[in-house]
Design a binder for this molecule. Structure first.
Ligand SMILES: CC(C)(COP(=O)(O)OP(=O)(O)OC[C@H]1O[C@@H](n2cnc3c(N)ncnc32)[C@H](O)[C@@H]1OP(=O)(O)O)[C@@H](O)C(=O)NCCC(=O)NCCS
Length: 151
């Protein structure tokens, strides 16, 4: 049985989203930037189903411009990974949030992130390009792969 639920993120979630992003990526985003994405863009969060104190365990941020959209970031809390939460967030994004208004969904993923690449491929995204040296790492730079999906 599902023990989590997905809903649109609001201002009350900014701190939790910033913290989960920080725990998930080498480069963190400041709270002010996160606030902008949550207020201006499309954002979904996945929460544990605890009636007293729900906890954020995953989120996806998306920017839509006319009939195209871009996934800005996606993360799932480490102890909750490999349970289908990222897949569920992507599905709900497509079927509820973007349905009827978006024709194509784009994203960029680091070439050294096999988990995310496998996830996107398994969800119907196709590789459309590569940007060498796009991401900075502590020990050098790594390429970005561009993916797209027609909705
Ligand atoms: C990538 C990430 C979002 C996946 O979240 P998740 O909830 O664990 O993913 P799901 O359980 O929905 O996995 C769906 C499918 O993606 C693939 N996948 C996900 N994680 C994987 C891993 N570690 N290794 C191999 N395949 C993986 C599998 O095909 C999986 O299906 P399966 O479990 O039936 O084999 C998560 O690992 C994460 O937050 N990583 C750090 C942040 C990040 O890299 N975000 C993506 C930026 S582009």
């Amino acid at each position: 049985m599902q023990n989590y639920s997905i809903r649109i993120l609001t201002n009350i979630d900014i701190k939790a989203v910033t913290a989960l992003h920080k725990a998930s990526f080498e480069k963190s985003w400041p709270e002010s930037e996160m606030r902008g994405h949550i207020q201006n863009d499309r954002a979904l969060g996945c929460f544990t189903n605890d009636t007293i104190d729900e906890a954020l365990i995953g989120f996806i941020l998306v920017r839509q411009v006319y009939d195209q959209a871009e996934i800005l970031t996606l993360a799932v809390s480490e102890p909750y990974r490999r349970a289908g939460i990222a897949r569920a967030l992507l599905k709900q994004l497509e079927t509820d949030v973007l349905k009827g208004t978006v024709k194509a969904l784009f994203l960029e993923v680091a070439e050294d992130n096999p988990a995310a690449i496998k996830l996107y491929k398994s969800q119907g995204f196709e590789a459309i390009g590569r940007r060498p040296g796009y991401y900075r790492r502590k020990d050098g730079r790594v390429a970005a792969l561009n993916f797209a999906k027609r909705l």
